[in-house]
Design a protein around this ligand. Structure first.
Ligand SMILES: [Zn+2]
Length: 305
């Protein structure tokens, strides 16, 4: 296995110029939404039967404008009161432009990677047909929408768990789970971890050698990230992004840990996310970041280096 430094050296600046998206964003959002629920059906059923939650699929609302005028970067949102998931087309278009200008700037051995970390580099793999410029924009739109959907859906699952915990005093580990779920940062951390795991699973990147090269970059980055967490949490502009980044790094470790067997281990992974909080995520990031040899030693990990 090569060092992280070698992999970072392979990152080549490659900013793309692409045409505006002509495809109908509504259609892409609706399609991704239905597809996400089809895939999640068995996992939602598992959580419903194991934890006794009363889960209702949220309604999808698509807005032309921003969800919050003063926060134009918010692409999607879950409202527990109305049980709706909202998407903003304007914010999606803005995020696509931002990614094209600023973040779609890496190629690792012929594969595109998108940096969507908030406070640091966190990379997602992405397939792009480079011959068709319109496809680049569409691929990025799908990437943004797909990953956001899984984040928002996890919020709706967490909300059902919280509901159940509040109503049912007999539930196992109730006090512990209530403490976790009453902390807003944990909500974002858990949803972000789920988003990364599902993104890999849905795209099949966990089975593809080049699909999870990210682990060689993201895991050491995550280890460095937790070292500077106190500093980030004291910075009023960066503080709010910490739970998201921790969730991404945690999710990436889970993907690397299970590799091609990710799907077969999803029930266990879901149980772990249900018990996941900030302390647990930091422990996992430290443990795996300090012992990187586990990646190359793991026969299941489909290592290609
Ligand atoms: Zn969120």
């Amino acid at each position: 296995m090569g060092s992280t430094k070698d992999h970072i050296k392979d990152l080549v600046h490659n900013v793309k110029k692409v045409l505006p998206l002509k495809d109908n964003l509504d259609k892409i959002i609706e399609k991704e939404y239905e597809k996400a629920f089809e895939i999640l059906d068995e996992y939602i059923e598992y959580i419903k039967s194991k934890y006794g939650i009363d889960y209702k699929k949220p309604e999808l609302i698509i807005l032309e404008d921003e969800i919050l005028k003063d926060k134009p970067s918010i692409i999607g949102s879950y409202s527990p009161i109305a049980n709706i998931i909202i998407f903003s087309k304007k914010s999606i278009e803005r995020a696509i432009d931002k990614l094209l200008k600023k973040y779609l700037s890496y190629i690792i051995k012929g594969r595109e990677y998108l940096n969507r970390g908030n406070n640091s580099i966190f990379m997602y793999p992405l397939y792009i047909n480079e011959k068709n410029e319109k496809d680049i924009r569409k691929s990025i739109a799908e990437f943004i929408i797909r990953s956001t959907i899984f984040h928002e859906i996890w919020h709706s699952i967490d909300n059902s768990i919280l509901d159940k915990l509040e109503k049912d005093p007999t539930i196992k580990d109730r006090d512990y789970l209530l403490t976790i779920l009453k902390d807003h940062d944990n909500f974002e951390l858990r949803a972000s971890a789920f988003k990364v795991i599902m993104y890999y699973l849905v795209n099949g990147f966990h089975k593809h050698k080049k699909g999870y090269i990210c682990k060689y970059v993201n895991i050491p980055m995550g280890r460095k990230y937790v070292e500077k967490i106190n500093k980030l949490e004291k910075d009023k502009d960066k503080k709010e992004y910490v739970p998201y980044d921790l969730g991404y790094y945690y999710g990436d470790i889970i993907v690397a840990k299970y590799g091609p067997s990710l799907k077969e281990n999803m029930y266990k992974i879901l149980d772990d996310i249900i018990y996941l909080d900030k302390e647990k995520a930091i422990d996992v990031i430290k443990l795996y970041g300090d012992n990187l040899e586990w990646i190359s030693n793991d026969k299941n990990s489909n290592s290609f280096i």
